[in-house]
Structure formats: C-alpha cells, structure tokens
Design a protein. Sequence first.
Length: 252
Amino acid sequence: MDDIADPLRHAYCMEALNRIETTPLLFAHRGGKADAPENTIEAFKKALSNGSNGLESDVQITKCGHVVLHHDHHFGSFFKRKLINRHELDSLPSAIPSLQSFYSKITGEYDLSIDIKDARAAKKVIEVSKEFSFPLEKLWLCHPSLEKMSLWRNLDSTVRLVNSTTLDHVKEGPERRIATLSEVGVDAFNMHFSEWNEALVSLCHRFKIRSFAWDAQEERQINWLFSIGIDGVFSDHVKKMTSAWERYSERD
C-alpha cells in the first residue's frame, strides 16, 4: 500500500475501470469524527461542506422506540453510564440526535450508511426514511449477520444492504461469501481496508457486489483503495478523503 510506482499504476487501474460506483462513495465515518464531535449534526453538516458524498452513523433505539444516532449502547461518563434503550428520547443529551432530527436538518444529495447496532432498528430506520422521503436506494444498512440481512431484504426491495465483517469471520472463504451475498440480495461487502486487494474487488464486481473499505485514514491508504477499484471508503478525515479522490480523478 506504499505509493504506487508509475510502471505498476496501470496494472492497478485495470479493476478501477470496472468500479460499480463511477465516483466512489466517500462516507464520513460518524460524520467525520476527526473534524467535529462524532455523530452530531455539526459533524454531518461539516462533512458535506468538505465535499463528502456519503455520511455514516450508528443507530440505537430508545425506551420509547425512537431511533437515535449514537455508537455505544450507553451514554454518560464512565461511572454514570446509562443504557439508551432504558431512557426516553427527551432524557438523552441534546448532542445525540434522533434520526428525525437528522433528516430535518441535514439536507442535500448524499448517501447514508447506518451501522445497525440494535437489530430492531432496521425496520424503524426504513420507516423514518420513508417518512422524510429519503431515497432508499441511497440508504445503506450495515450488519455482520447474513441471516438478519436476508430478513431485512423482505422489508424493502430498494434499500441497500451491506455485510460488514472481517476476513477472520468469513469461515467459508470470500468467494462463497460473496456468492451468498448475491443470492440473498445484499448490495455491498465491507471489510477493513487492509484486507482488500484487487482480486477481491474484482470478485465482488463479478457478482455485482460493491466493495466497501472501512478505517482508511491515511492518504496513501485511500489512494491505494481508489487504484484497486474500491466502490466506497469510510474515513474519519473527510477533507483528506475528498481531496484524494479529486486528485486521483484528475490524474493522467
């Protein structure tokens, strides 16, 4: 993943020509937590102003059944942690937005990737997204369980599904897993950036599955992912990611 020498660059670009997303989806991880407090309205707005075409967050469900954007199951200081699912929406810190609040305040064209932390939230996310007329073909629901995603496919035929995992958990091997994703109706395969290579990206594309990479924080990592044809990148550093794509797309 070091900077690619010019003689090798052409070979790496071959699969980039087959990228399903002509412009890769550049997801601001938790709103781009390197630039603003994670999963806040401030972070999401800043990510879009920095050129991101995708936002990423996590969802939990409150005691009253509202979907909120928060990574952990709990909130509060270390010695005073409280479970979100045991509290009403109005008792949560104001920095934790509901999905309704997100849609009412974050406008414009973008894709939204949501890491489903509570499986019950999937149906709620789809319902709220429909309520706010958010296009479901731009909504990506992420989870490691194939069983759960096969059930979620029955909730809506257009919402995007993402199998987020690591190679260690793909016991059947990547080819069998990717083929199963295609059979189930999953749209993308998401792994740590370090686990991707051009052959795996090509395998995904052969099955019409998008290849997503998470935790790409350095410019050299991001450039390498672009060069092997990755379809989506998750990064905390939004400006670094969007600037890297701008330079990559303008190369000779």
